[in-house]
Design a protein. Sequence first.
Length: 451
Amino acid sequence: MLIKNQIYEAVVTDYTAEGQGVAHIEGCAVFIPNAIAGERVRLRIEKAQKTWAAGKIVEILKRSPHRVNRECPEAKKCGGCDFWHMDYEEETRLKAERVRTCLNRIGGEALEEMPILAAPTCFGYRNKAQYPVAVKKGRAYAGFFRAGTHDVVEMDRCRILPEESDAVRDVVISYVNQFHISVYDETAHKGLLRHIYVRRGTVSGQILVCLVVNGEALPHAEVLIDGLKKVPGFTTLVLSINERKGNAVLGDRFITLYGPGYIEDTLCGLVFRLSPRSFYQVNHSQAQHLYELAISQAKITKSDTVLDLYCGVGTITLIMAKAAGKVIGVEVIPQAVEDARDNARRNDIHNAEFLCGDAGEAALELERQGVHPDVVVVDPPRKGLNADAIEAIVRMSPRRLIYVSCDPATLARDVALLKQRGYQLENAQAVDLFPRCAHVECVVLLSKTRN
Ligand code: SAH
């Protein structure tokens, strides 16, 4: 076992899923934040377990050519991003490598290369922000959590957000300080304002502001609305009531204080209505590429029925509707299903149907009703597919299965399961939707090999 507080020397060889550097010392894996593969470092052990340890760089003995000066001055403190210390080339390389090794090690593939579609910019791309609010010396401020903590780091400009997001934040904070609105304190479970949530349509420029509150009402809301109207694109203000303890940001109840309670944005030529709880990819231009890839791999014809599980507001479903005979979307959040149905209407799409429920259960029910889609698309949350969903897909026996994934490890696990049930991996492609952050998205095509 390595010794806590002792200094060691090591070469960084790899990265964790969270983007930390990994080195091996005396058979023990050491996780080192801000380390780059190929670097030789002196490090201090901060935590030591039998098989792993956490270390901190004290000195870089051999510097990676990919190391750069951080373009975000707050990056060292803020836990929002992971990769400002390296160039974008190294970031995309490590992301592609992560997808490739997951598919090989867990998925049983033997892929030698993994293409990755790099993003055109690392700046201002994120269309959604969630700022936790805190108090320092009697003054409210909003920022982002320091990595691994709930301390809020204050910053002037977040580099990956559009300027309008930070402008909304500033308007809300100055209103909070003007009227001494109380700020939520996690430990005491007291105080009103918890989070400032901002969603901005990249194409429409429309802005939805949602304040998450531990309470029922917002005092002097009209003054806040007047202030927000000065931010270009401000469209609607919604309260989200969250009176529960815990880390979930949004509550279950929403009260619209100004505007329609949702915004619109255009994606792949269609207009989408977005409510605060609806899922919408945070990187607009890269999401379009991701969906175009998914659609081109699906090779849909006019006689095909397409089933889109985990469909959110119906983005992929409706984009595919144009090419297909019929599309069915399944989504668990009722508000998102309402948005999806509304999105079909506003785009004049008549061959789409949306069901609200668990993807696995709904798919099994559709299969019992004799629905046999030619193409199934799945785009699950990080935990991947559940046993019901896999069972239903196999029984429905689609010709092609498009799997859009935000977690290569669970994707690879599901690929291995589907391979045992008559499917094979035809194509895999990583797409960078989250520049400077460790998450990576990918899309794979599986096709049926036998009945
Ligand atoms: N394909 C959509 C949404 C993908 S995000 C898009 O790209 O825009 C994943 C979606 O799955 C979310 O909308 C989430 O609410 C939904 N979801 C999560 N668990 C689910 C389940 N068990 N059954 C159905 N949908 C689920």
